[in-house]
Design a protein around this ligand. Structure first.
Ligand code: ARG
Length: 467
């Protein structure tokens, strides 16, 4: 087969080399963007009188036919044509004749591939932002529904202090909202139009880059032709945001796994998002959460692949850059799927209310409140901590919890204790006293729920301008 670049070659390409250098098996998915970009480029060429309107019409019609062939599953990709760009162009030329060869005027695959990836990633990032919004809404509903539900808060996976479950859920929500912001931020730098950079130097044709940008809904054109064909930092930035997002999901998933275990037993996942065991009939496994936790690994890996791919690469285009696509595509697919599954899993999950005995397994979850009580009486906090520590040690010796000890016993440890200490260490009171902005008191958590509900009502700025 004659290659579109075959003029200076005498021998044909080795077939293994053909297979090796081809990217069509994976960049095929860019066909919509490749065609959309080509149509815009063609219209711009005609507007600038670089090609005639008649030729442009033929080319656009040809491209639209190619699009239909893709959409009906009739398009046959050919490895020998390397990539999506040459596959689309060759077929269009086959359909419209040699005039189709005018499309590639003032353009190179180097700026074309960049455009395709930017169009693709702009769309996908928008979808991820939408999924994240959905998920945060689910979490907000869960928080509202479980607003009176007290659970142990942990540090070092040891019971630390009682908190509202809603407060804990909102902690995850805050992280996910920052992920959404990171995605929106990446979107801004994705949303730049590189076409017109050509191979690396720009072009001698009197093109109108801003017009192409307008047709494709880009607010900005790139400002340096070498930069625009060399860099993939917009993709790396997206992958970094995705890696952080998956890290957050993995932490949440880890907790879902723990909470749904018989040891914790405060979350019941729906049958729809769990699986059974082929040998142990009693099992109901939290596979969805485990898989998302596991998939965070490949998303980190994709980021590292991309960074390593770019490391030390001389400017401008190098074929190495073709290797950017698989990690990027895999990141997009994994993040989208994980978000959707996670949302479904949480939407159908049910939290069980814990009795106080289950909530305070150690018996000491309100020890900090006891120390606070003494500090309120004027005992310096360090001393209050010391006294409470001795109280805990005493209880451990006697096999009691803080609630079970008598005032007489307490008085022996410190005269500063009085009968109202018991009120201070009631779980509900402990929670309600954390009435500081961002604290776990119901009043504060409700205020945060209201703030977040309002925030989620405003549409993401990137969705407003999305094409
Ligand atoms: N398939 C190539 C890629 O993904 C397109 C650009 C090819 N450019 C070139 N000069 N060989 O990077």
């Amino acid at each position: 087969m004659k290659k579109p670049w075959g003029g200076r070659f005498k021998q044909s390409t080795n077939t293994l080399m053909e297979r090796f250098s081809a990217s069509i098996s994976f960049d095929r998915r860019l066909y919509v963007y490749d065609i959309e970009g080509s149509i815009a480029h063609c219209r711009m060429l005609a507007k600038c009188k670089i090609i005639s309107q008649t030729d442009a019409k033929k080319i656009v019609a040809g491209l639209q036919r190619v699009l239909k062939e893709f959409e009906s599953g009739k398009f046959e990709c050919d490895d020998r044509l390397e990539d999506i760009h040459m596959n689309v162009e060759s077929r269009m030329i086959q359909l419209v004749g040699p005039v189709g060869g005018k499309l590639h005027t003032a353009r190179s695959r180097n700026d074309q591939v960049c455009l395709d990836v930017r169009l693709y990633l702009r769309e996908e990032t928008g979808q991820i932002v939408q999924s994240l919004t959905q998920l945060t809404k689910t979490l907000l509903q869960l928080a509202r529904k479980n607003i009176d539900h007290i659970v142990p808060g942990y540090t070092h996976l040891q019971q630390a202090q009682p908190i509202l479950l809603a407060h804990h859920l909102l902690a995850h929500l805050e992280m996910l909202l920052r992920d959404r912001e990171r995605m929106e931020d990446a979107w801004k730098r994705i949303n730049v139009m590189p076409l017109g950079s050509a191979a690396l130097a720009g072009t001698g044709f009197p093109i109108d880059r801003k017009y192409t940008a307008k047709l494709l809904g880009f607010p900005e054109v790139s400002h340096n032709s070498i930069d625009s064909v060399s860099d993939r930092d917009f993709a790396a930035e997206f992958c970094a945001a995705a890696a952080i997002l998956m890290m957050h999901l993995s932490r949440f998933c880890e907790e879902v796994v723990l909470w749904s275990s018989s040891e914790f037993d405060w979350l019941e996942l729906s049958d729809a998002y769990t699986t059974g065991s082929s040998i142990m009939p009693q099992k109901k496994n939290p596979d969805a959460a485990e898989l998302i936790r596991g998939k965070s690994g490949r998303v980190y890996g994709n980021l590292v692949s991309l960074l390593t791919l770019m490391k030390s690469l001389p400017l401008a285009y190098n074929k190495d850059l073709q290797e950017d696509k698989e990690p990027l595509f895999d990141t997009v697919d994994t993040v989208k799927l994980s978000l959707e599954v996670f949302n479904g899993m949480m939407k159908t999950a049910r939290f069980k209310k814990l009795p106080p005995s289950r909530l305070d397994i150690s018996g000491f979850i309100t020890a900090t409140d006891m120390a606070d009580y003494l500090a309120v009486q004027g005992v310096p906090f360090r001393e209050a901590h010391e006294i409470t520590g001795r109280t805990v040690a005493y209880c451990i010796k006697k096999g009691k919890g803080l609630q079970d000890i008598t005032l007489k016993e307490l008085k022996k440890i410190s005269s500063r204790f009085d009968t109202d200490v018991f009120d201070h260490i009631i779980l509900e009171n402990s929670v309600q006293r954390k009435n500081v902005h961002g604290g776990t008191a119901k009043k504060q958590v409700l205020a945060q729920i209201r703030r977040l509900e309002k925030k989620l009502k405003t549409r993401s700025p990137i969705l407003r301008v999305r094409k």
